[in-house]
Structures are given as C-alpha cells and as structure tokens.
Design a protein around this ligand. Sequence first.
Ligand code: NAD
Length: 484
Amino acid sequence: MVSRVIPVDPFDLVIFGGTGDLARRKILPGLFRRFCAGQMPDESRIIGAARSEIDDDGYRAMVRESIREFGGVSEEQEASIDDFLGRIGYEQVDATGEAGWEALAARMTEDRVRAFYFSVGPSLFGALAERLHSYGMASAKARIVVEKPFGHDLGSARALNATLAQHFDEEQIYRIDHYLGKETVQNLMAVRFGNTLFEPLWNAQYVDHIQITVAETVGVGGRGGYYDKSGAMRDMVQNHLMQLLCLIAMEPPARFEPNAVRDEKLKVIRALDPVDPHHIVRGQYDAVGSEPSYRTDVEAPRSTTESFVAMRVHVSNWRWAGTPFYLRTGKKLRGRASEIAVVFKDAPHSIFGVDKGRHANVLSIRLQPNEGMTLDVTIKEPGPGGMRLVEVPLDMTFADALGPDAEAVPDAYERLIMDVIRGNQTLFMRGDEVEAAWAWTDPIIEGWQSRGDVPKLYDVGSSGPEDALMLMHRDGRKWREIRA
Ligand code: NAD
C-alpha cells in the first residue's frame, strides 16, 4: 500500500510558544516529518514566536535539537534538516505587551493561508487574538489553533469563546484535541460508516455496554501545579474521553464534513444523562515503595484532586437507551493503554447446550500502544473431542496490516496541523461542543465540591481503586484488563 501525500498550498505558520515543551516535542518534529513527506511547499514559512531572547539562528539551532531528540529521524531524513531549517524564523514577542508585534506582522506573506498556533497557556489566548487583530494579521485567510485546556468550566469556556469570537469567525478557530487526530479514531468512523457489517448492530439491542479506557503509567510530571487545580475530570474526561464517546455513539452524519460531523457529536453530549454520584469513582494514587504519592508529586499534602475517574454514563436516545458507557482514566496505573471496547450481547441461545467457552463478541479499538482493532469471535477449538468453544481475536494491528508504510502514518499533531492549513475543521471541536461538554461535567465537579468528596486511594501500578472494580461488578460486568 502506498501512502498518498497531497501537498498543501504555501502557508505561513506562527507558533506562539515556539520555544515551549509542546512545540519542541510535537509541533516542530511533526512539521519536519510532513516536510520530509513532501507535503510542505518550498515557499512555506514557520515562525516561532515566544518570549526567549534569541534570533533566527538561535531558534533554528533549537529546532534542530528538538527534531533530533523527538523526531525519530532516519539517516535519510537527517540530510533534509538544513533544508527544513531554511523555512524557519523567529520573532521575540510579548503576548501581553507590544514588543515584537510589528516585526512579526512584517514577516507575513500577503494573500496566503496564515495559521497561528497558540501553544501557550490559555490565559494568553485573548491577548494573542486581540493583537493579531490590531496588528492587521487577522486576514480572511488567517486561522488560529488553540490548545487544551479550553476553559476550566462552562463560564470560563463561554468567556473564552466570546473573546476569540470578537476577532475571529468560528470557521477560523481550530480547537485541537489530539485524540481526534489519531489514526484509529478516524478509522473508527471508517469502520462504522464505511461498512455495512457493524452499523446494524451498533445499538442497544445488540451492544451490552461500551468501555472507554485511557490509562497512563506516568504521573503529573512537571505539571503538578496545573494538574492539581484541574484533576482527571477536567484534564481528560471533559475533552478526550467525551470526544471518543461522541464518535462511538453518534448517528451517521450525512456527509464527512465539519459541521455535519460536529452536529452529530453535539447531539450525543446533549443526550447524556446527569451522572448519579453512585456511578462515579474518584481515585488518587498512593505511594508504593519508592514511588511517591500524588500528594507528594503535587506538593500538596491535603490535596483532594482526583488522578483517576471511573464512571457509568448513559446516552439517553433511541439508539442507546439501556446500554451503559463505562469511562475510566487515570495516572500511574499498571499499564499505558487507550482503548474503546464495544462489548456485544451474548448469543440469545446456545445450541451447544453448554455456555462453557462461549464469549461475547468484543470489538476493541486501540489508540495506543499498537494502534489497531481486534474483533473477538467465538469459534470451535480445533481437534476432535466434541464441540468446545474458544475465543479468538481477528486482529488488525495497523503496523502489521499496512507493512512498512505504517511508518508513514502521520502522528496526531502533524495530521491536525495539515488539516488547519487545508481549512478542514472536521477533527476539531466547535465552540458549542466544548460548552456542552462543560455543561455536563460542571455539576459533577460541583457535587464533589459541595459534598467535600475525598478520592479513594489506589496503589501506584495498580488498576485503580477497588471501588472502580465494584462499579462494574455490581452490574455483573468487568473492566477489560489493563496490561502492564
Ligand atoms: P511551556 O511552558 O513549555 O511553554 C510556554 C511557551 O509560551 C514558551 O515558549 C514561552 O516563551 C511562551 N510564553 C509564555 N508567556 C509568554 C508571553 N507573555 N508572551 C509570549 N510568549 C510567552 O508550555 P507547553 O507545555 O509548551 O504548553 C503550551 C500550551 O499547550 C499550554 O496551554 C498547555 O496546556 C498546552 N498543552 C501542552 C501539552 C504538552 O504536552 N506540553 C499537551 C497538551 C496541551
């Protein structure tokens, strides 16, 4: 299979926060890979803009280092780095002051797509939007890309939407959720809407329940200060898990077009029932051996912020009434795994007389590691000795299925940045979606606050608190294993 790369038109891309962690780890190496893939026309310009006092050459040296460190660069690609750096520049800019803005505006090329990536803290989004406008850079072909967190609650998300809307139309605002840029997530739509096989079964009549797990082995890292004010609900559920839930649960859009897709996602969020407090478990990781506790990591000895959430959610509409969705995410768990599992109902009757060995069909969609899908089916165990049943996976790991070309599959960030340049908003969140997601999560968080809820402790390296297991157990179900 040969991957098809469609070059984009020449563009100017400004990365505000171009010296920061996200730019160095993801954005710049991703752009380099797109460059190597031949997708970036020669005239395109990438301009880092940040507070650091460096010049073009100083920035190029930093970009070179980032690409080498995080780009997974092959020997062949190494030879292209200089060429790529020829497209890179830097402007020292103060987001909240006036320094550097005129010089930045002077670097813009007339009449071409300009993308401004806001890879800075959200408190600067408003100031950046305002200055892009006042320095004449907010042309009709301008787009802005904003990173999570998009607001802290409904009120702040609304305020942020209103601020951005003063200077940019909704069609110019790209709210990024890198989960939507993952190959498997898009494949989920291909599987659902490109085949007749699954869609007839994709409803409460045939699906027993759905599990969405995003398990991390890492802790809060250097983000303790931010994370402790946020917690797993705001940091992961409100955005990433909700987006995955939407794609799984949504009705077929009439076309694979930005607003058609986002309209359907929005309907899912609006169909979510408020969550019964008995159907949510909050957890916080506890020290094991030399592994510190969450409270030590965030340097807040009495913190009651959750590093884990498990919950049972209902989508109250004709398709899903009666089928629970179980969501689970946490830090410092025993394995790193992001997976959606669609667990189908048992066959209504066993013609073999015994249930032994009979399993429900499960379609599991892995986002990481080893992006791919598996369908568990029941077959006869080979050999003589009667009809014994056994469960086997029909496995489609993309790296295997696509062979060497799997390497050419762009990572989420690079794909999404190219979508920005092309002007395709399908995989970006619309303002009303983000607000609806907050409108659903806010009461849950407020409930915890008003009850003085304290998260249940779980050991570092475990699968989360015991109560999370019970959440499933009470319903006669169990979580899929998080593999170490
Ligand atoms: P960072 O602290 O590493 O970098 C911040 C950047 O902003 C630096 O380049 C700095 O020079 C610049 N900056 C700060 N104040 C400025 C000002 N007044 N004027 C101009 N530039 C200024 O942050 P980061 O980790 O790169 O994160 C950037 C954004 O992306 C944040 O909103 C973060 O929440 C979000 N994000 C980061 C990651 C990640 O993996 N790092 C993942 C998802 C979302």
